[in-house]
Design a protein around this ligand. Sequence first.
Ligand code: ZN
Length: 452
Amino acid sequence: MNEQLLPCRSCGANRLTLILSLGRTPLANALLTPAQLADAEPTYPLDLAFCPHCALVQITTTVPPEQLFREYLYMSSFSETVLRRAETLVQRLITARALGPDSLVIEIASNDGYLLQYYQRADIAVLGIEPATNIAQVAREQRGIRTISEFFGEELARQLAEQGELADVIHANNVLAHVADLNGFVAGIQRLLKPNGTAVIEVPYVKDLIDQVEFDTIYHEHLCYFSLSALDRLFQRHALQIVDVERIPIHGGSLRIHVGQAARGVFATPAVRALLQEEAAWGVDLPAFYQRFAAQVAQLRDRLVTLLNDLKAQGQRIAVYGASAKGSTLLNYFGVGRDTLDFVVDLSTVKQGRYTPGTHLPIFPPDRFELKERDPKSRKQLKAIGKLLKRDDVDRVVNACDAGREGELIFAYIYESVFDASPTERNGFPDANMAMNAASTFKDGSFKPAPR
Ligand SMILES: [Zn+2]
């Protein structure tokens, strides 16, 4: 399967190995207006490949950014979880790096300044780099964060370095995988980092992608899927050393790496060495590891398509919750469309009234779903829940389902069916990541006798 001719995005080696071909698909975020339904929809090859030379997993097609981001929608605020995580990280770094009034922190893809604001509050100078002009403007005007509106690369880094803008800390969260000129980006970080500075970079982890069969995170905006081994080789080529690594439970499982100037003689911590060894053991450098993934995706497709066809054969109507980019990859690759599915619902009013890319399913507000008991068992369960909710000693009902997910919606429907009113209180996890964090911090609840 060595028919890929494009060189590796990282090391430039010429022989990439194809792992999984998702065919030609439309852009996952390009929802269609009713008028656009009649037009031919542009599609692009979506092929996942592996570089046997540097272990980087990557897609082989680069869609020009102006086509990719033709509708860059600004999400007005980050979830509480994201903000809390940012604040914790900032406090950790301020202490660990002894940052003060003479320090400078730069964030690449700084968005509306959600992270830099915590440095600014501690009187540490910051500079945001955010290519989306409307979002950079929000950072400047609403948060007072110094922000330049440009794409980051070696040339911008050179200009900033010449102006004396060298960083003690550089943040780059969830941006490296989107960058077409990977080497220019990393060379830029090397130029911009003070000799004793540190770059803190977060990327989705390819091991989690493979283990959880998260093939639906593959779309044209995500060019690279990193292992620590691939990152290590990339950064070493640019005189940077990965000093520390953490696995963090965001975006389906990510790596957070801390990078320093190799010339300063910084060393990898045991955590880095251990994870590199672990990766060698699971076969990070072998195509076989990734090709098993392709087989798992095919199994998943067969199972889901069979399930949907069975439901359809029983005369069921099937709708989809969430018009997401992931959903677009899944539906287009699995070939599941209007023959099987009736419609999609989404909370975002921007998406309502549009159609899904490729599959052309209409998108409605969530109230298009109706709560209907399909069988006597469901009716009995619903009645039991209703009785519980109406007990005299229940003075408070809390919706603790994941916010913005189907569970929250199901809760609301059940509550309304019992009380004929909307639920007024929720106290749950603002998103799935917070639920995962909470689950990972469960304390030992077993009884231990006090030491004598
Ligand atoms: Zn390579």
